[in-house]
Write a protein that binds this ligand. Structure first.
Ligand code: NAD
Length: 911
């Protein structure tokens, strides 16, 4: 069987809104309004038929072995070179073997279909097995012209061959005649076009049916055997009329793409054919016709292999990746239709040395660098000595193609001084995955698109033109991966490994699916028991979720261990490390219920619930925490419950375990802080087998786990800086729950301890939660008891909140409270970094019993004190000692921290 084995398409990203042409030139050519709908594709200034053919061919070769290609045919009426084989440039850019045939097909709009027939016939001869046919056109027209509206730029490629055929070639029929509806003389820039009526009535309407009917007769088919009919015709109404004439119903006719990109010349019938293939199913018959000085008609039958094609951009993807402009002048500039001053810098010599180009053709056109066979270092360009300083091997580099390797922006600039047809000139360093980096020009983007870390694709483009000699220089540029900037702004989990316990169903399953969808590699742990934890357990729930993730392209492994045992916990973490090398995220979610009122609770209801929830959280978190500590990154989400936070009848066991988990978090947040391990707790409400019996059916229906999972994913993300918090989440409602400590009251004194009667007397005040506060840790809570807030502190707080006692004022007053004598022999420079709205930087230098206080940053301070503006006020008004401030985390010290103790010695801190 011979036929099409793959397809690809390329439409330039830029589109020109046709109404912009009319808006600019309607005053001059009012009739343009008749065709000023939709948009046409337009090449960037650095694109031509060759670059578009390379782009469509790269798309076509997705998933194909390019070493098997034994021919490249390029079809175009706008070849950049009249005598230098354009298909040869395409072949070199694609890095194909030099041991193949290349040929250019030109001088007619039907030439894409002619090249295709020629390739198919060559395959038939069995001398060649895989030929790449690429058709591309970038036709020039004068400005404010109908044809400027009708035409678009684009390319399409087909691989034809005799294995893995996706559309079997059944035959062709050609009509060749010197019908001249338009022509372009060898020395002319633009087409000369005869009357439209002539083209329509004598050309399209007669010649296409003649070829199509001739083919149907020749191979013995009727229009019933045609599911998709492809033929170009930029006159919209006539496009439909031809179908009628051929007896084809409108749904068979493939759209002529006028609204979305315009007619792409010699590429158009192939491009429309690619659009048809994208929609086709096995068994479909596709009849394609290419028009121009006659007509070629070809018939194909789609095979089952079409389902096996590797993913690609195709016509649809290319069409969707667009940037529409209404700047008609930009279009004119890119096509050289207006002359602008380019400045002296643009006058640099542009001649290309053919010797250098020949010697470096693989590097320049094929984008081939080197990979050291000794140490594996990749580099561009390839050099005699390996760039790895620890290797330095000589002549060790094998060819290494960079064109398809994913890369990211490492640095970039947008340069308004550099010469550019599309200023500012954007360029920068791109870093390739697996090694190698280069300075590259960026194209098809605006400065606002660019950011460090943005994934880029490499694209073959015009580097510069030697207009005097008619030479085009090509090289590779970087272009942002479509949609990558938006993706970067999204929370993602690429390169993150997550463990979710109890992920075989309910909430855990949804957390796992969402994390995998956002790029995480996940370990699905589930024992698979009954809701009360009884039963032997089963691999099936975890495995089903793993299968679901893998089917949608994610990465997951199953684990069936019991979280309630230390070995189970160890093994769950080991599963992650064995499968994916690390663990970044842990969601302790596994849970069971054994509800009984308190008196009826016994060891059988109490212990298993504590084992799964509380001990389970300990068993898995400990080994995970160990791995996270080494990595210096970790996100842990614990699962509590309203029953634990607030109490619920019949759930003493469950409430105890669930609040125990909060205690575990409270301390772990402190132990993990240094290692960038953030740990938070979720209190979910969601429909699951645990809540089916207790939730009213209408609430059960609405309580999808998907309304909880966004909070859990956020808490698992790098973007989350929160730690030690509890969040309620359910039905899309989210809030924070916290333990609050009341303002309280000091009763009694060291000589007279308080009595129960005094407590009774003051109970309302003790019990009052007005202005209650959260404590960051036990130390702050204990300090609050040892040194309860005084009236003085409250007034200082008020001042800090809006009074006139701000850091700037206090620094001004500091020299007044400087204790000269106490400063004898002291030589120190303090740097104060005060945060908050009233903050700033101040230097306090003390030497020879003198103090010098001024705003700014010291070169080499002995000790740096960082605190918030309100805490500074408290410290310097004596309501808080520096020891209190330091131990409660309100003051952080850098440098010689012992020197900070001098502050209270040399200043009277009762400002
Ligand atoms: P669920 O029963 O659907 O999910 C819990 C999963 O944990 C089950 O698949 C179960 O097989 C698994 N599991 C049980 N014991 C295990 C063990 N020893 N080792 C490994 N896996 C085990 O219930 P769910 O509602 O999705 O509950 C998830 C978590 O959320 C639980 O911790 C639960 O207490 C908590 N929670 C849920 C709600 C809610 O409204 N659904 C409310 C508050 C708290």
């Amino acid at each position: 069987m011979i036929g099409i084995t793959s397809y690809g398409a390329y439409i330039p990203r830029l589109r020109l809104d046709r109404s912009a042409i009319y808006r600019s030139m309607g005053w001059f050519a009012p009739a343009l309004i008749a065709v000023a709908q939709g948009e046409r594709s337009m090449c960037n200034w650095d694109e031509d038929s060759v670059t578009m053919a390379v782009a469509a061919s790269r798309d076509c070769l997705s998933g194909k072995d390019k070493n098997t290609i034994d021919g490249v045919y390029m079809a175009s009426t706008t070849m950049p070179f009249a005598d230098r084989q354009n298909s040869g440039i395409v072949s070199t850019a694609l890095n194909l073997s030099e041991d193949i045939i290349t040929s250019d097909f030109t001088a007619s709009q039907k030439i894409g279909s002619t090249a295709l027939i020629t390739a198919l016939e060559s395959i038939k001869s069995q001398d060649r097995h895989n030929i790449l046919v690429s058709a591309a056109d970038k036709r020039e027209t004068k400005g404010a012209y109908f044809y400027e509206m009708w035409f678009g730029d684009g390319a399409a490629s087909l691989l034809v061959g005799d294995t893995d055929v996706i559309a079997e070639y059944k035959g062709s029929y050609s009509v060749s005649c010197d019908f001249v509806d338009h022509y372009r003389g060898s020395d002319n820039e633009y087409d000369y076009v005869w009357e439209e009526r002539w083209q329509r009535d004598e050309g399209y309407a007669k010649i296409i049916p003649k070829a199509v009917n001739g083919l149907m007769k020749k191979i013995g088919i009727t229009m019933d055997d045609v599911d998709k009919l492809v033929y170009p015709c930029y006159f919209k109404r006539d496009h439909g009329t031809i179908a009628k004439k051929l007896g084809a119903t409108p749904e068979k006719v493939v759209d002529n793409m006028h609204e979305v990109c315009g007619e792409t010349g010699a590429a158009h019938c192939i491009l429309m054919f690619v659009a048809a293939l994208e929609q086709a199913k096995p068994g479909d018959g596709i009849l394609m016709a290419g028009f121009g000085q006659g007509c070629n008609a070809l018939y194909f039958k789609v095979t089952e292999n079409i389902k096996k094609l590797a993913p690609r951009q195709g016509f649809k993807g290319s069409l969707e990746n667009k940037l529409t402009t209404d700047n008609y002048l930009r279009y004119l500039k890119f096509r050289g239709l207006i002359k602008t001053e380019m400045g002296i810098r643009a006058e640099a010599p542009t001649q290309t040395a053919m010797t250098t180009l020949w010697r470096n053709r693989k590097m320049i056109l094929g984008f081939v660098g080197g990979k050291c066979t000794s140490c594996g270092t990749a580099q561009f360009p390839k050099t005699g000595v390996c760039v790895n300083p620890e290797c330095g091997a000589v002549k060790s580099q094998a060819d290494y193609e960079f064109a398809d390797i994913p890369s990211k922006i490492k640095t970039f600039t947008s340069d308004l001084l550099a010469v550019s047809v599309d200023p500012p000139h954007k360029y920068g360093m791109v870093q390739f995955e697996g090694g190698g980096r280069m300075m590259a020009d960026f194209t098809d983007c605006i400065t606002e698109d660019l950011k460090v870390g943005l994934p880029m694709n490499m694209t073959f483009r015009i580097h510069g033109q030697d207009k005097n000699r008619g030479f085009v220089n090509y090289f590779w540029k970087a272009v942002p991966v479509p949609g990558a900037a938006e993706q970067m702004d999204k929370i993602n989990f690429h390169n993150k490994v997550a463990i979710i316990t109890g992920a075989g169903g309910g909430l855990g399953r949804v957390y796992a699916l969402e994390l995998a969808r956002a790029g995480a590699k996940v370990v699905i742990n589930d024992l698979g028991g009954a809701p009360d934890g009884s039963g032997k357990g089963s691999a099936s729930p975890a495995q089903t979720v793993v299968d679901e993730i893998i089917k949608s392209g994610g990465k997951a492994v199953a684990n069936y261990d019991n979280v309630a045992t230390p070995e189970g916990g160890e093994n769950i973490v080991k599963t992650a490390i064995d499968a994916f090398g690390r663990v970044d995220i842990l969601i302790n979610n596994a849970g069971i219920l054994r509800d009984k009122s308190f008196i009826k609770q016994d060891g059988k209801t109490w212990n298993p619930v504590l084992d799964v929830h509380l001990n389970g959280a300990f068993n898995v978190t400990r080994p995970a925490f160990k791995a996270m500590k080494v990595q210096g990154f970790g996100r842990i989400v614990m699962t509590t419950s309203a029953a634990g936070l607030y109490g619920n009848f019949g759930q003493t066991n469950y409430s105890t375990a669930k609040l125990g988990i909060v205690g575990l978090m409270n301390t772990l947040k402190i132990e993990g802080a240094k290692y960038n391990i953030k740990i938070n707790t979720i209190a979910p409400i969601a429909a699951s087998r645990l809540t089916r019996e207790v939730m009213p059916p209408e609430i059960f229906e609405k309580s999808k786990p998907e309304f909880v999972s966004p909070m859990v994913l956020y808490l698992c993300s790098e973007d989350c800086n929160e730690t030690g918090q509890i969040f309620n989440a359910g039905l899309g409602f989210f809030n924070r729950a916290a333990v609050l400590t009341g303002h309280g009251l000091q009763i009694g004194n060291p000589e007279n301890p308080p009595t129960p009667e005094m407590i009774h007397e003051n109970f309302d005040k003790i019990n009052d939660m007005t202005n209650a506060k959260e404590m960051t840790d036990a130390t702050s809570a204990v300090f609050a008891l040892i040194d309860p807030p005084s009236d003085r502190e409250e007034s200082a707080e008020e001042d800090a909140d809006g009074g006139d006692m701000d850091p700037a004022g206090l620094f001004k007053r500091m020299p007044d409270v400087f204790k000269k004598e106490a400063a004898a022999g002291v030589d120190v420079v303090f740097q104060f970094n005060i945060k908050g709205p009233k903050g700033g930087e101040w230097i306090v230098a003390v030497k020879d019993k003198e103090c010098d206080i001024k705003p700014g940053a010291a070169q080499n301070p002995n000790c740096t004190l960082t605190m918030s503006d309100d805490n500074f006020v408290k410290l310097f008004t004596g309501v808080m000692t520096s020891m209190q401030a330091f131990s409660s985390g309100k003051l952080s010290l850098d440098g010689d921290i012992m020197k900070s103790q001098l502050i209270e010695k040399i200043f009277d801190l009762n400002l």
